[in-house]
Design a protein around this ligand. Structure first.
Ligand code: ADP
Length: 503
């Protein structure tokens, strides 16, 4: 060991569009980062897949890349945390480590019929146990689809030859040795997104697994979000380093934003938007279309729960404009275009590409641009695109206020879209609350690093996390109430135009 031993903590952030490795110091500042995008595979309308082997290659590359960028060796790293796109489901062969099918991504809607059939007319059949409605979003029906549709899969699953994992489990299994003794674990935040975990016991529910035809032998062991699971494998960049934190990406962002007390909430603006409200050790069931989920479980401390408003499409609408329409050449152009006009010109864009998630949960919705006239130009559409993120956020914040009985006063924000100043001001205007961005907007990776660092004593307690959090910028509302009400009413009307589209 050198005098620098254990000076930093690393986080692997396996996201929807890219994989990142970030290295943080004790103050929570970024020391190094490396990132690689992976391919988005769209085999049919509504289907979204990832090549899990490509993702693992990228994770290895960015881990090595971040270490090299700061001239670090494994002795410099005290612990490694993992955070990941949640719900995305992968099945692989235990003996070979080969996926039997691409990972089915959380946005994928192919399980629509499976989810409906499982409910038998009751979309809330499993809600009391799992906190979730039956929807295409969650992992369970995706696993069932793979077992039903890949040749020989079910027989192999029943013979105990297959492993299921979300991307946290895939990364951990490979990082700790893969076929050579890799750990088949997950944490309660990821497990709480499968529709298969009991929120009280933090164990797989055998009855629900049986309903979906999923053998228990496929399921990873559910450990806590912060404990030493094992160490990095031989010949990996983190050989011998404790791997000691796992949090699903949105829970990691909540942790990294220091939303550690009941009533504190954050909104992450990435591919989609995810608002999480810490409800403490109390499991609050929503009456307004929100999810009840595990926020984190640190070692053997009591489980902390959250209410969540998940929005499927926000930043990915900006990507869609860039990649499918070629209307902009980079994501940042959307703000330049939006600033060329004063308002949306009457246009609204409802990006119901994966149906509508919270608070609607309508798999039958599809996207629409409404309110068009000859007057509407590129700038108005750019505004409509950005405004869609803010209106969707208002819908889930209203649901949260109704569920909790307390109106949110400040919204902490993070994620790739929060560099967009026009969006942040509009968000504050349309919500009529303050919007606050922290200095480290990479809260997802930071949260995973905190979970890992706490487990090895690199950070002593959650107070260290609170102390490290620092404000970068605050936006305050400046829109008059009439204007706010008029715009939001227009949005509500636009949403009605997207429903009942798919039979
Ligand atoms: P994820 O972790 O979900 O992969 P990120 O937090 O990295 O996503 O955010 C990336 C998203 O942010 C992309 O969907 C991109 O379109 C969007 N984005 C990036 N820069 C801007 C910008 N300046 N304005 C609006 N959206 C942006």
């Amino acid at each position: 060991m050198t005098e620098f031993a254990g000076k930093y903590v690393a986080a692997i952030d396996q996201g929807t569009t890219s994989s990142r490795c970030m290295i943080f110091d004790h103050a929570g500042a970024v020391v190094a980062v490396d990132q690689k995008e992976h391919q988005q595979i769209f085999p049919q309308a509504g289907w979204v897949e990832h090549d899990a082997s490509e993702i693992w290659d990228n994770v290895r590359a960015v881990a090595a890349g971040a270490m090299a960028a700061a001239d670090l060796t494994r002795e410099d790293i005290a612990a490694v945390g993992i955070t990941n796109q949640r719900e995305t489901a992968l099945v692989w062969e235990r003996a070979t480590g080969k996926p039997i099918y691409n990972a089915i991504v959380w946005q994928d809607t192919r399980t629509d019929r499976i989810a409906t059939a499982l409910g038998g007319g009751d979309a809330n059949k499993y809600t009391a146990k799992t906190g979730l409605p039956l929807a295409t979003y969650f992992s369970g029906p995706k696993i069932k689809w793979i077992l039903d549709n890949v040749d020989g899969a079910r027989a192999k699953a029943e013979a105990g030859e297959l492993c299921f994992g979300n991307m946290d489990t895939w990364v951990l299994w490979n990082m700790t040795g893969g076929t050579d003794g890799g750990l088949h674990y997950t944490d309660p935040t990821n497990a709480s997104r499968t529709l298969l975990m009991d929120l009280d016991t933090l164990q797989w529910d055998e009855g629900i697994c049986a309903d979906m035809g999923i053998p228990m032998s496929m399921m990873p062991e559910i450990r806590s979000s912060s404990e030493v699971y094992g160490t990095g494998r031989e010949r990996g960049p983190f050989r011998g380093v404790p791997i000691s934190g796992i949090l699903g990406d949105q829970q990691a962002a909540t942790f990294g934003q220091a939303c550690l007390s009941p009533g504190e909430a954050k909104n992450t603006y990435g591919t989609g938007n995810f608002v999480l409200l810490n409800t403490g050790t109390e499991k609050v069931m929503s009456k307004n279309g929100l999810l009840t989920t595990v926020c984190y479980k640190i070692g053997d401390q009591p489980t902390v729960y959250a209410l969540e408003g998940s929005i499927a499409v926000t930043g990915s609408l900006v990507q869609w404009l860039r990649d499918n329409l070629g209307m902009i050449s980079s994501a940042a152009d959307i703000e330049t275009d939006a600033r060329s006009v004063d308002d949306n010109g009457g246009a609204y864009f409802v990006p119901a590409f994966s149906g509508l998630f919270a608070p609607h949960w309508r798999a039958d919705a599809r996207g629409a641009i409404v309110g068009l006239t000859r007057f509407v130009n590129k700038g108005h559409l750019a505004r409509a695109v950005l405004e869609a993120t803010a209106y969707q956020t208002r819908e889930v914040i209203e649901a949260m206020n109704a569920d909790s009985g307390v109106d949110l006063e400040v919204l902490k924000v993070d994620g790739g879209m929060v560099v967009n100043e026009l969006l942040m001001q509009f968000q504050s205007d349309i919500l009529n609350v303050k919007v606050v961005r922290p200095v480290v907007a990479e809260t997802t990776a930071l949260g995973a690093a905190y979970a890992a660092g706490l487990a090895v004593g690199y950070w002593e307690s959650e107070d260290d996390i609170r102390e490290n959090w620092a404000e970068d910028k605050t936006w305050t509302p400046s829109m008059d109430e009439d204007q706010r009400a008029k715009l939001y009413a227009g949005w509500k009307k636009a949403v009605t135009r997207t429903l009942d589209w798919v039979d």
